[in-house]
Design a protein around this ligand. Structure first.
Ligand code: MN3
Length: 194
């Protein structure tokens, strides 16, 4: 049985960029629902959720869509919530790699922001490591880059439930403010694991 991962910060810790009520509902309702529905879809298993999603084609066809959507929702939110912390500076290896790949941090921010803005409908924008290289990708619904063999190290949830209470239709403002709550130390750790 998979359990809802606990947050190591309070629901109000990301104010004013992400409001307390959004965090409470997003974690205790949405992430909980993905967790419960993933358990229902997958049943007993010894595998990690990440491995299941990476090898999604091995799941029998009758269960695959439910596992992909709810297992994806489970691991995507697990990563997303673990990467949030206010006012952490981007530095170290990850900053060097970003500068090398994108030219500058501002250029990276622009490209990542554009991916998040232009994801049509519900989905995610990601910074991934793909064969040793940093890349920005988008996915729809709860699809994970893991299913394409890419390792996600940063993600932004652009489902309306992640910003609508505070930002309504102003997705670009949510994305701009998201840059204040990225735990770059954690992103750096994931990058160095590659
Ligand atoms: Mn969400």
């Amino acid at each position: 049985m998979f359990e809802l991962p606990k947050l190591n910060y309070k629901y109000n810790a990301l104010e004013p960029y992400i409001d307390e009520e959004t965090m409470r509902i997003h974690h205790s309702k949405h992430h909980q629902a993905y967790t419960d529905n993933f358990n229902k879809a997958i049943g007993e298993t010894e595998e990690s959720a990440e491995d299941i999603i990476a090898d999604i084609d091995e799941i029998s066809e009758d269960k695959r869509t439910a596992v992909r959507n709810n297992g994806g929702g489970y691991i995507n939110h697990k990563l997303f919530f673990s990467l949030l912390k206010k006012d952490v500076e981007c530095r170290g290896e990850i900053l060097r790699a970003i500068n090398k790949k994108f030219g500058s941090f501002d250029k990276f921010k622009e490209e990542f922001g554009n991916a998040a803005k232009t994801q049509f409908g519900s989905g995610w924008a990601w910074l991934v490591v793909d064969e040793g290289e940093l890349k920005i990708v988008k996915t729809s619904n709860q699809d994970s880059p893991l299913s394409d063999g890419k390792k996600p190290i940063l993600c932004i949830d652009v489902w309306e439930h992640s910003y609508y209470l505070k930002y309504q239709n102003r997705r670009p403002e949510y994305i701009e403010n998201f840059f204040h709550v990225i735990n770059w130390n954690k992103v750096n750790e994931l990058f160095l694991e590659k």
